[in-house]
Design a protein around this ligand. Structure first.
Ligand code: GTP
Ligand code: SPV
Ligand code: MN
Length: 589
């Protein structure tokens, strides 16, 4: 083991005082042993894992987190750079010295009587020039097992660390799962994260949002690349050609579903490369290339079904990689399988809700927590792209930005070039979801779906996006989508899910120059008959409403956009202000 890694482990032992240290090797044998241990061990009064029906859900196990710890906590998440301005208004900030002191106090002796799991991991194919190393220590066996699914863990990482001179340090303890003693502190300048008091998702799996996005975006700024909250997919056309797309949607707004989408048109196919995070570099040919740093899906369970996402249902019942975890779903007691809202129309007769209550007679919805999730290896996914491990990534032809909006945003529109696309992505708003604690359904600005994940000032981030564009030979087209518009009765107007492929098909036609589009105040919109509606059950009037720009709604939107831009002051690039003024003038007309 690398001397630096040894020193880190020793320092952690001295600080955390674990009963035992266990360094993960990433082998299959280890996975079996740790799962066995998790089924015998209790944390927080509960067994860590329960075995699920091994015939219907092979290799699957169930975990219940503390009910106060079921989603990311953005208000407890800090970026601790020396300069407050550098972190920007989009981040909570604390001086690194103060933050470190605060965290050390929490961590002192925090692992007494517990095992410290040392997780060496690589984000991305170890053979890729773009992959990066990390070591996370944790006292949560559930987190250790999850990291094993989500990243490349063990000896492969130890070797990688051996041959490079730096690695990310992640220090994690669930502590006593007390929200008053919960902090997720990022130190981009020292490539480190300290997370205390939460064992769930992005708060605790430090390779994910903490490293790959918040620290990653900081590295991207310094090293001329982008770390984004994006899916990567290849869309195969009937002639066999594959076009690669990136897609950014805020948390719980449709990334995983789009990443595994089974097209409604038989002659097309979607290949999956990533469902949450993309690291994007400029290739020597001046094109954008993307890799997925992750190795698994940490996906929202509710809404997933054979009808909406058949590929994910196959992934979850495929048994190539051990194990698959389900967290905070309900349990169908009849056959010991996970259940969630949207999986089937009928609620099983004998069911335990996500809180562990048997609720046969007195059903209180929802039975699965709205942010209940599965953690599953990408290698179980039948649509995994052959290019998934390509060390250089895949060349990008189009970038999609989305939001969840019941009004204002049309189904799809296209930017007039890169700089306009950066502007349109910077002004996107979306309704908040259960992926983060706090109120649900409030519209907030979420530029590039990165508001909670950008590790520095958003104004500088926009500048960085514009700079990247200036270095590109033939920049990808940029599109905006909204699958979530509602009618006056509150029903979704667009059927969504597999039908979204119709919109991807329109984008491909636009990229190939096969169809023209109509100029509007906000960008290029489809001419209605250029969207393939073959076999689609939709009232043409509804479709035309979905493609309508309501100037009154947009004028209101404009006020929210200006309110968002304003406090960033002169860090917002002039180029974006020019686009904003132009939009304003067009809407006034
Ligand atoms: P994170 O993992 O939090 O980053 O979420 P995500 O962006 O991957 O979202 P995901 O695909 O898991 O979808 C979130 C929720 O939106 C789920 O309940 C889906 O069933 C639902 N959803 C996804 N796509 C559509 C769609 O096209 N239409 C509608 N109505 N709902 C959708
Ligand atoms: C998200 O919230 O965007 C997620 C889930 O992908 S978490 O890993 O908790 O961030
Ligand atoms: Mn996400």
């Amino acid at each position: 083991m690398n001397a630096k890694m040894q020193i880190f482990i020793k320092d952690m032992e001295e600080l955390l005082l674990p009963k035992k240290t266990y360094v993960m090797d990433g082998t299959q044998n280890e996975a079996y042993n740790l799962v066995e241990l998790a089924m015998k061990s209790k944390f927080d009064g509960r067994f860590i894992l329960h075995e699920l029906n091994q015939t219907k859900f092979p290799n699957s196990y169930y975990h219940r987190s503390n009910p106060n710890d079921v989603a990311r906590t953005e208000h407890l998440t800090f970026v601790c750079t020396k300069s407050k301005n550098f972190a920007g208004l989009n981040n909570n900030w604390m001086h690194p010295n103060l933050a470190r002191e605060k965290m050390i106090n929490l961590f002192k002796g925090a692992m007494q009587g517990r095992t410290m799991y040392v997780i060496p991991f690589v984000m991305g194919n170890p053979d890729s020039p773009y992959s990066k190393n990390g070591v996370q220590v944790t006292d949560s066996l559930y987190v250790a097992l999850s990291m094993r699914i989500m990243t490349r863990v063990g000896n492969v990482a130890i070797q990688h660390i051996e041959s490079s001179n730096d690695f990310f340090r992640g220090i994690h303890s669930v502590g006593d799962v007390n929200p008053n003693r919960r902090f997720i502190m990022h130190f981009p300048e020292s490539n480190m994260v300290m997370s205390f008091g939460s064992g769930y998702g992005g708060n605790a799996l430090l390779g994910k949002k903490c490293f790959s996005l918040r620290i990653g975006s900081y590295m991207g700024l310094k090293q001329n690349w982008l770390a984004e909250h994006m899916i990567i997919i290849g869309v195969q056309c009937p002639n066999g050609n594959i076009l690669y797309f990136l897609g950014a949607f805020p948390s719980a707004c449709g990334k995983t579903n789009l990443a595994l989408l089974e097209p409604i048109f038989k002659d097309y196919k979607i290949w999956t490369l990533g469902d949450d995070i993309a690291w994007i570099h400029i290739g020597s040919n001046g094109k954008l290339y993307a890799i997925n740093p992750e190795a698994g899906f940490f996906g929202v369970a509710p809404g997933t079904s054979i009808k909406t996402n058949p590929t994910m249902m196959k992934t979850l019942t495929n048994n190539k990689f051990f194990p698959t975890l389900f967290t905070n779903t309900a349990i169908n007691n009849i056959d010991n399988t996970p259940w969630w809202e949207g999986m089937s129309n009928i609620i099983p007769q004998n069911i335990t809700d996500w809180n562990g209550n048997n609720v046969n007679s007195n059903i209180v919805s929802p039975l699965a927590h709205p942010n209940s999730r599965f953690t599953v290896s990408m290698y179980n996914c039948p649509t995994l792209s052959k290019e998934y491990n390509n060390p250089h990534g895949v060349p990008i032809s189009g970038i999609i930005f989305g939001g969840r909006r019941s009004d204002t945003l049309p189904l799809v529109y296209e930017a007039n070039g890169w700089s306009n696309g950066v502007f349109l992505a910077s002004i996107l708003g979306s309704e908040t979801t259960a992926a983060a604690s706090g109120k649900i359904g409030c519209v907030r600005r979420d530029p590039m779906a990165m508001l909670p994940f950008c590790g520095y000032n958003m104004g500088d981030y926009f500048k960085h996006w514009l700079n990247i564009g200036k270095q590109l030979q033939d920049p990808p087209k940029i599109f905006m989508v909204n699958w979530f518009r509602k009618d006056q009765q509150g029903n979704f107007m667009w059927p969504g899910y597999r039908e979204n492929f119709r919109i991807l098909k329109w984008m491909i036609d636009r990229i190939h120059g096969n169809v023209s589009a109509k100029e509007t105040a906000i960008g290029l919109l489809p001419i209605q008959n250029t969207i393939d509606t073959n076999d689609l059950q939709i009232d043409p009037e509804v479709l035309s409403k979905l493609l309508l720009i309501n100037k009154d709604e947009w004028r209101k939107e404009l006020m929210m956009i200006e309110e968002f831009y304003k406090p960033f002051g002169n860090t917002i690039p002039n180029e974006l202000l020019t686009h904003l003024n132009l939009l304003k003038r067009k809407l006034e007309k």
